[in-house]
Design a protein around this ligand. Structure first.
Ligand code: GLY
Length: 481
């Protein structure tokens, strides 16, 4: 990925770069630069719009460092492990399933430790060709301490936001006025001390999640599919036979069993499409029985088929049953039961777990176009709703009051709450090229005619067509209102 054309442009334009570069870097950490930060923020806003506005969820924000009890109760201390091997000579660490997949082309989803051990016997260290160690379980959480001396307590950086949303459940259900279902979105950083992160933004040690927890009545996981019933999708159920089918039919034929999950697969698919991910590259995949996380009774992913990085999981939708709330009830001795519709029970949780960094990467890959021929150019064709900047303002020249006029236009657009960029460096051609590589949908040029008639030229990123527009009408033109 590091050497691809896409990556070169991301680095050159300042979308992202590896963190801590001047000290040699640490794998699994990336900085989001000026353009990347804006794009990422717009993705988070699209998720917030979808769930907090459209689905009426609450939003919550909790600490990233939390005491050990939470992770003992959740099962992460005992079970959040990957199988690891090391080279007995050079010490290079490997995730066992990845090593097998890369070298024997065997998918390890659902394989037990004995099978993995057998497969590893066929392999040597890819780096120095020496013997590999026995595989062993490696816990992925970062351990830390809170407080000083003998009073210090063990804590962990959260490996998912989910648990931090479950812990205050008793407060949340009161805010929901004791009614089910209700959803809670949390967008924030999570941490996993991955064994050997090699896939750029796809496997980070510190990453952003946007996880929605729906607390539901276990006897009612119904949801009308509405507009999603006719959505035709590629679906790979756990029987391994991929089909193209509408969500409505998939539900009717019990390929997807839970209406609530089917609806949210449709919702997530729609969101990905809105933010610029190529829908033709998306597929729904049900987790195999042996592959599912320890807390889940059914999990569906939406995956993106990446040209550069293979299969990328973008969102996981899981029926976590009452596993988590029961576990917190048992350890904290606080009741998580509710009385609803005349019954007393612990709610079930259906989780919609998005990563943010992965859709970020998939948008970049989906929207990147290399135009060849007479006019060579690299463009990110971002939809206007997530483009880092909606427009760039260019003075044709920086003399004869044209730059002053351009600054006026720039300030006017900023006052209209538009994210605009000012660029006066180099030829107009170069400025267009930079704007295309930043995915800016509109370029606004101020020239000598502007001084006469208060019009500007708007150049459209995708068609490269140009149009003369009154300054007062720019916002209407580019925002469609
Ligand atoms: N909360 C689910 C996950 O982190 O994958």
């Amino acid at each position: 990925m590091q050497d691809s054309k896409l990556m070169q442009i991301l680095l050159k334009r300042g979308f992202i770069w590896p963190s801590f570069e001047i000290y040699g870097g640490v794998k699994g950490f990336y900085d989001y630069g000026p353009l990347g930060s804006l794009l990422k923020r717009n993705i988070e806003e699209a998720i917030r719009q979808t769930y907090v506005i459209e689905e009426s969820c609450f939003e919550l924000s909790c600490p990233t460092l939390s005491p050990e009890d939470i992770w003992v109760a959740s099962g992460h201390v005992s079970s959040f492990n990957d199988m690891m091997v090391e080279c007995t000579k050079c010490g290079e660490p490997y995730r066992a399933d990845h090593l097998i997949e890369a070298n024997l082309k065997i998918n390890c989803d659902g394989k037990g430790i004995d099978e993995i051990k057998k497969l590893l016997e066929k392999l040597k260290c890819p780096k120095c060709k020496s013997m590999l160690s026995e595989p062993y379980k490696y816990n992925l959480m970062f351990k830390s301490y809170v407080g000083p001396g003998s009073r210090k307590i063990t804590a962990y950086l959260r490996p998912e936001t989910a648990q931090t949303t479950y812990v205050p459940f008793k407060r949340l259900i009161k805010i929901a006025r004791d009614k089910l279902p209700f959803g809670v979105l949390q967008i924030g950083r999570s941490f996993r001390n991955e064994i050997s992160p090699r896939q750029g933004l796809v496997r980070l040690r510190e990453f952003t999640q946007a996880e929605i927890q729906f607390f539901v009545d276990p006897a009612n996981k119904e949801k009308e599919l509405g507009e999603f019933a006719n959505l035709n999708l590629a679906i790979l159920p756990k029987d391994g036979k991929e089909i193209n089918i509408t969500l409505g039919k998939a539900l009717k034929q019990k390929i997807i069993r839970t209406p609530f999950i089917a609806y949210h697969l449709g919702k997530a698919f729609q969101l990905f499409t809105k933010i610029g991910i190529n829908p033709k590259k998306l597929r729904l995949r049900q987790h195999l029985d042996d592959e599912r996380a320890f807390y889940s009774s059914d999990t569906w992913d939406i995956e993106f088929m990446s040209k550069e990085l293979g299969r990328i999981e973008l969102v996981g939708i899981s029926d976590r049953t009452d596993y988590d709330l029961k576990a917190h009830q048992n350890l904290s001795k606080q009741s998580m039961e509710v009385t609803f519709n005349g019954k007393r029970f612990i709610p079930h949780i259906i989780e919609i777990a998005y990563g943010v960094d992965r859709p970020f990467y998939c948008i970049l890959e989906s929207c990147f176009v290399e135009e060849t021929g007479k006019k060579e150019r690299n463009i990110f064709k971002f939809p206007a709703n997530i483009a880092p900047y909606i427009a760039a303002v260019f003075p044709l020249v920086t003399k004869d009051r044209i730059d002053k006029k351009a600054e006026e236009v720039f300030n006017k657009l900023k006052n209209q709450q538009l994210f605009v960029l000012y660029d006066s460096a180099g030829s107009i051609g170069r400025r267009y090229a930079r704007a295309d590589e930043a995915g800016i949908p509109y370029c606004i040029t101020i020239d000598y005619d502007t001084l006469e008639d208060n019009t500007v030229t708007i150049r459209y990123r995708d068609s490269m067509e140009q149009e003369r527009v009154q300054i007062d009408k720019i916002k209407e033109k580019i925002m469609g209102k």
